[in-house]
Design a protein around this ligand. Structure first.
Ligand SMILES: *Cc1c(COP(=O)(O)O)cnc(C)c1O
Length: 425
């Protein structure tokens, strides 16, 4: 087809009228149907607000699912990506990359880790952690059949190894054979963990690592129990098992601390980060202590991992977190959000059974006995101009940008109150 015919074909001419530049049916003709999408298309954002192709404004309490740390079009983000693309955006890891080194140094100085490996997503960061654990099992722990324990209701990504690590059968269906060497335990249940470790030991399969989220995000915004994690750390120390934490959703300030584990008073041996790390530019990272940094040249790699563009942007996010006191903002605004959500939950005790979270990752649990699902509430809130995301079938999740203001939290919870009042009537 010549360019002329393309232009004459009305269906291939981008239009700016209703339906936006690309109508849903046309979109679905070409894009693989891997997502259930809401029938809006977002085209512009500023701070905690986004606009769809019809010009409708929304308060964004999704932030690309806990990813747009600084919200949309933040001046620091714009400056960082502009400067970096003008200077150098990508080179191979065949060479030293200053921005990668600077970001690794920042992470090491602001965490319990000594070493960082960079990749491009959460699943990849967890893959790197799984590979590191396997190498450690074979070379240091001297285990022939190492097992990684993960939690039920966890979420660790969509690659084969990470859906295996994910303790939810719905993500594994159709994709067997899965990766060997994983077992599952209920989250926050110390007795079950101890029993599983002992049972495996008797069968000659030894536990190499315990792999957990500090707070389960996708699984329903379930915070880790302080005592449980302290006991897990003690067990790991006594039995020389590695503790790996998936910080992909909760790391980089989301909980009001740089890392989720700081809420639990423990340090992991290995942890991973991605979502919010570069504020919405793709990046992933796997961090570990010197004692388990067993990778050598050739063991692991990534073409895009740690490139100047992603690392330069992530550095700007890190500097802005500090300069704008966003950890404190996440704590204070999170407290306000939970208070307001609790007031709504108390007014409608038949609808909501719990409000929970840390900093700016929070959930409202809907009564299991009623028909209402999280998706129903998300849709109703969207119609009123508030974007929310479910965490499982019965939990409403709030993960706004860390720059969210007092007024925006008030507005969001007012919209939610209105939506709930309508549904309850
Ligand atoms: C989102 C998420 C992942 C997967 O991250 P991707 O970037 O989508 O691969 C892994 N673990 C947790 C806890 C997550 O929330």
């Amino acid at each position: 087809m010549s360019p002329e015919t393309l232009l004459q074909d009305p269906s291939s001419t981008p239009s700016s009228d209703s339906g936006g530049a690309f109508a849903p049916d046309r979109f679905d003709t070409y894009v693989m149907k891997t997502y259930g999408r809401f029938p809006i298309a977002l085209e512009r954002g500023e701070g905690c607000r986004v606009w769809d192709t019809q010009g409708r404004e929304y308060l964004d309490f999704v932030a690309g699912i806990a990813t747009c740390t600084l919200g949309h079009a933040h001046p620091a983000l714009i400056e960082a990506v502009t400067q970096q693309i003008q200077k150098l955006h990508h080179v191979s890891n065949l060479y030293y990359i200053p921005e990668q080194g600077q970001l690794a140094e920042w992470i090491v100085k602001h965490s319990c880790a000594n070493r960082v490996f960079f990749c491009n997503s959460g699943a990849e960061a967890n893959e790197a952690a799984i590979k590191l654990v396997r190498k450690y099992a074979h070379t240091v722990q001297q285990l022939e059949q190492p097992v990684i324990l993960t939690a039920k209701a966890s979420f660790h990504g969509r690659t084969l190894a990470t859906i295996t690590a994910t303790g939810q059968p719905k993500y594994q269906k159709y994709f067997d054979p899965l990766v060997p060497g994983f077992e599952y335990v209920p989250y926050n249940d110390l007795e079950a963990l101890e029993n599983t470790i002992a049972d495996l030991d008797e069968g000659n399969r030894r536990v190499s690592a315990i792999f957990l989220e500090p707070l389960q995000g996708e699984g329903g915004v379930n915070p880790g129990d302080l005592e449980y994690f302290q006991e897990v750390r003690r067990i790991c120390d006594e039995t020389e098992i590695l503790l790996v934490l998936d910080e992909v959703q909760v790391g980089m300030g989301r909980t009001g601390k740089f890392w989720g584990y700081e809420n639990l008073g423990i340090e992991p041996d290995i942890f991973t980060s991605a979502k919010g790390l570069a504020g919405g530019i793709p990046i992933g990272a796997m961090m570990c202590k010197e004692s388990c940094a067993v990778f050598e040249p050739g063991n692991h790699a990534s073409t895009f991992g740690g490139n100047p563009f992603a690392c330069g942007t992530s550095l700007a996010v890190a500097q802005t977190l500090e300069k704008e006191n966003l950890l404190e903002n996440a704590q204070v605004r999170g407290e306000q959000l939970r208070e307001n959500c609790r007031a709504i939950a108390q007014q409608y005790p038949k609808i909501f059974t719990a409000v929970r979270g840390w900093g700016l990752i929070n959930g409202m649990e809907i009564n299991a006995e009623i028909e209402l699902s999280a998706i129903d509430l998300v849709k109703a809130a969207m119609d009123e101009g508030l974007l929310l995301v479910p965490a499982g079938p019965k939990v409403l999740r709030f993960v706004p940008p860390l720059i969210v203001s007092k007024e925006e939290v008030e507005q969001a919870t007012q919209i939610l109150a209105k939506v709930v009042a309508k549904i309850a009537s």
